[in-house]
Design a protein around this ligand. Sequence first.
Ligand code: F6P
Length: 319
Amino acid sequence: IKNIGLFTSGGDSPGMNAALYGIAKVAEINGIKITGILKGYEGMINGDFSPLKSSDLKKMVHRGGTLLKTARSKRFLTIEGRKLALKHLQENNIDALIAIGGDGTFKGLLTFSEICDIPFIGIPGTIDNDISGTDYTLGFDSAVNTAIENIDKIKDTAESHNRVFIVEVMGRDSGYIAIHSGLTTGADAILIPESGKDFIYLLDKVKNYDSEDAFLVVVSEGDEIGAELVSSKIKEVNPNVDLRITKLGHVQRGGNPSALDRMLGIRLGVEAVKSLLQSKKNVMVGILNNQLHLTPFNEMVKQHQVNKELHELLELFGK
Ligand code: F6P
């Protein structure tokens, strides 16, 4: 391997720069050139390549976002787009690729492998924590910390006014951010996509709510649930509640990565390069039980379901 192309794709997540730093450092030590591809697959299609040095990335290790920028590319879904991407990789003498992104990014690589035989390695980077083959995706821990910090603040005002507050957190169709941030802020109810439209325990509780205290609901975004729906359900059973909605939104995606995400980024980045040096291809580098773990792209699945233990906690604390 002489020249590794690096890119970030899909939603940015804190820790992506740390992973790039890990990759760049170990690549340089092994005499391998690294080339940044800007804006994910879009940059590959447009030929937006530039050489990277670990010294540039050292300055970014503590920063959220991604130095390489990112995008969700529709053109890469077409064969014309993928052929153009291949042409630019060949012109730039890229002989291996490391991608940091979510399941869509890895599915893209799997499809790309039909026409491109250079080795690909994936690093799971998404705040949603919704990928199998790793206990944590890069950015999840930072996003949860941001959510907690903000929910703590909301609790101060909620308690001062004895209000019902519904806080909507991100996660797409995964409830990990909601469970972690809801449990650790003492929420009265936590609603996650995995539970479907099961509002019963929330409604039972809020029916008798007498405005003598705050009532905090943490709800995950999603087609099935979301803050507005929860609000209308609450008002059906208790029309007089003083209720406010806060959607934390993209604030959860930004900010300096937590210690855990910085270390995870560096560990996964270093392992990605080592895997290439050991002739591995088309695998995602993850972490299971604090051990580095490789999962072939074709076995990796999008994981919506929070695990059994977390479900039990949800039931326990929902009572
Ligand atoms: O996948 C990460 C994520 O932040 C989800 O939690 C959220 O649903 C989505 O991306 C938002 O996407 P966009 O930044 O395109 O609005």
